[in-house]
Design a protein around this ligand. Sequence first.
Ligand code: DON
Length: 304
Amino acid sequence: MIDYQEILDAIYVKLQKRVDKGKVASYIPELANVPKEKFGIYLNRIKGENFCVGDWDKPFSIQSISKVLSFAMAFARLKNQVFRRLDVEPSGNPFNHLSLLEMENGIPRNPFINSGAIVIADMLVTLLEEPKEEFLQFVRDVTGDQTIQYNIKVAANEAETGFRNYAAANLLKSFDNLENDVERVLDFYFHQCSIEMNCKQLSDAFYLFANRGKCMRGNSQLTLNQVKRINAIMLTCGFYDEAGEFAFEVGLPGKSGVGGGIVALLPNEFTITCWSPGLNEKGNSYLGMLALEEFTTQTNLSIF
Ligand code: DON
């Protein structure tokens, strides 16, 4: 029998002592001002038990983790049509890289780099009557928590500093891969990045990807085959140019965000979320990656 609580406690104590906690994202004040010492983990087992340690209940900016949820919503509704406008290959480049998009005629490598998420945002803006409201409702429903909110200030600051996202959206537009106005699509994209959740809420939201499309409460509308594919894209593209390293060290599908969150999962077993706002040079949570590496090593639970 694995003593999950003991393992999480030991990882927490060991990593808390680290002097080097990485660098907090500095491009907007709401991220720059988050104390580096924050650190939480929440494990949600499919069988029903859960375990937590540290700041697991403190909300943080989910940022790019939202890309999995927006992709899931578009994929559930548009099915394989989504792949007419983007690919499913790892980019091997930073999340906001632009030259590949130019070279590949405006077809983003995958839905989890910024340009791919902007194409997904465009699809949702076309598809939904009230895109921001309906997406937030989708996130609340899959999580089973109606309190989840956008942080309007973060969304506004993302817009003020989002020069590379404007560049990506305009490039997509020039290749005829953006149906709506750049401003409208980016407003949706900046809002999705601004959603705040804690480790428990993220573990609950991603439960459906570990549980064959069934949410904590209710159904997601995603088929088992779609869930398999989303997990495959998380494994190969969830950590940008560090996806190989994450698969190598941790061995789970997952997704990171520049707010310092990482959520990962083992199908039929668990979802786990770590939050530590200090990032490594690739923009992934420094302690979060170490914590997950320790967790899968100590429990021997990974997809490999
Ligand atoms: O659009 C951006 O660049 C940020 N709002 C989100 C980037 C992000 O979280 C990348 N993740 N590691």
